[in-house]
Design a protein around this ligand. Structure first.
Ligand code: GLC
Length: 421
């Protein structure tokens, strides 16, 4: 078997193995439920195997949607002792339990890809008509409940909402959160080495926030005004912006398109607001801490995602391409989430150094859009080399290429299938 055929075969096997009948777990053991942005990426992998199955991944996720439009970050489709905090801790009283926060909204962009690249046109049209109203409600939820003052940037109230859970960018904002006094037992350390996972003092704060949402009965105004952790996440906002642009385009494919002037306004407002987070010397965008009102002076790969969000000027894109090219040389196995020269760089601890295949894909997509094709292609080739070296891990040491975190990981297999296999 050629290497390429073999890699494809392995990736397909991983998705099949992690398929729980309609939804795909990120990896067996460590993450035994359906995660929001994982589901989006994983649907792209299913696209080349079984188009209907790709759409079903999204349908299953929307089963967990709240009446206010929010699509939660985890849907607890089944019970499991492998994970903490589970449904009881989140305290969301629904027939299908979920968490009470969301995750970066990749879904509209994924749906646009499924719609445009699907070969079964009738299936694509039917699924789009079915899911579009839910998707629209989700995007409107972000603007309504997470941007109370119409600033153009939505807020996040938990590091897990960024998807970049343990990012060093959140250290100061998280330090302001009290540590819970509740006794609890972590389950992640049963699956992965502790030097690749968050510290106890961080986990205590994650749990404090989970309890805070519950104690405030998930009231979005109370949480917005009083949550001890309150950030504007540049990557989440860039992903939302791209999603809304794609949602507006998808609307035109419906048999009866909606009027969406509110979303046109949001797109323009966000474009300007993202510009306010540009850092000229770093050649990247930053996150903002809403307690200080200041940008968080720490660069990560999150700050490259406005390229994917179609929200940078041509000059900014050129400057970013120079920064990204250098960053990619500093750690050859994908883009290190934190630059290897940074004192906070930690090659194996998640979101504090390792590289992630789906982040590489989004950045390459953005580079391509702004005409930096050669660099986008280099990122694609490097990403492929990671898989050839290590296989389908959750994330990778960017210096050695070693696989870390959970093995046989769905989004890594899926993005490989979609992007370069
Ligand atoms: C980790 C990641 C998060 C991901 C989840 C499931 O919590 O930080 O981004 O969605 O695992 O893969």
């Amino acid at each position: 078997m050629s290497q390429s055929v073999n890699l494809t075969h392995q990736a397909v096997e991983i998705l099949r193995k992690n398929d729980m009948g309609g939804y795909t777990v990120p990896t067996l053991g460590l993450y035994p439920f359906q995660w929001n942005w994982d589901a989006g990426i994983t649907a792209l992998g299913w696209l080349s195997i079984d188009e209907n199955r790709a759409w079903v991944e999204l349908e299953k996720l929307f089963e967990g949607q709240w009446e206010n439009g929010m699509v939660p970050h985890v849907i607890f489709h089944q019970e499991s002792d492998d994970y903490f905090p589970g449904p009881e801790q989140w305290g969301v009283n629904r027939a299908l339990p979920t968490t009470s926060i969301s995750q970066p909204p990749l879904l509209a962009t994924v749906m646009k890809i499924l719609y445009e690249e699907g070969k079964d046109r009738q299936l694509a049209q039917n699924k789009l008509e079915l899911l579009f109203p839910k998707l629209l409600a989700y995007h409107r939820w972000w603007y309504k409940e997470r941007d109370l003052h119409s600033t153009g940037l939505v807020s996040s109230f938990h590091p897990w909402e960024s998807g970049m859970d343990n990012s060093a960018a959140w250290d100061e904002a998280l330090a302001r959160v009290p540590q819970t006094e509740q006794a609890y037992e972590r389950r992640d350390l049963n699956h992965v080495d502790s030097d690749q996972r968050p510290l106890k003092e961080q986990y205590d704060r994650y749990i404090y926030l989970v309890n805070f949402f519950k104690e405030n009965a998930f009231d979005y105004e109370l949480i917005f005004n009083h949550c001890p952790y309150h950030t504007q996440d540049i990557s989440l906002n860039a992903i939302l912006q791209r999603g809304t642009i794609d949602l507006v385009a998808l609307n035109q494919k419906l048999s009866q398109p909606y009027d969406l002037p509110d979303l046109e306004v949001e797109i323009e407002r966000t474009r300007q607001a993202i510009a306010s987070l540009w850092h000229e010397e770093k050649g990247l965008f930053l996150n903002r801490d809403q307690h200080s009102g200041q940008a968080i002076d720490f660069a990560t790969t999150a700050g490259m995602l406005p390229l994917y969000g179609r929200s940078v000027s041509a000059e900014q894109a050129s400057k970013m391409a120079i920064v990204i090219a250098e960053w990619l040389e500093a750690g050859k196995y994908g883009l290190a989430s934190v630059h290897p020269a940074s004192e906070k760089f930690d090659a194996k601890r998640y979101w504090r150094g390792p590289s992630w295949l789906h982040i590489n894909w989004m950045i390459a997509d953005g580079l391509h859009f702004y005409g930096h094709d050669e660099l986008a292609e280099r990122l694609r080739i490097r990403s492929r080399e990671i898989i050839e070296t290590a296989g389908y891990w959750e994330y990778f040491d960017p210096i050695t290429g070693e696989g870390c975190g959970g093995p046989d990981f769905s989004w890594t297999a899926a993005i490989a299938l979609y992007w370069f296999l």
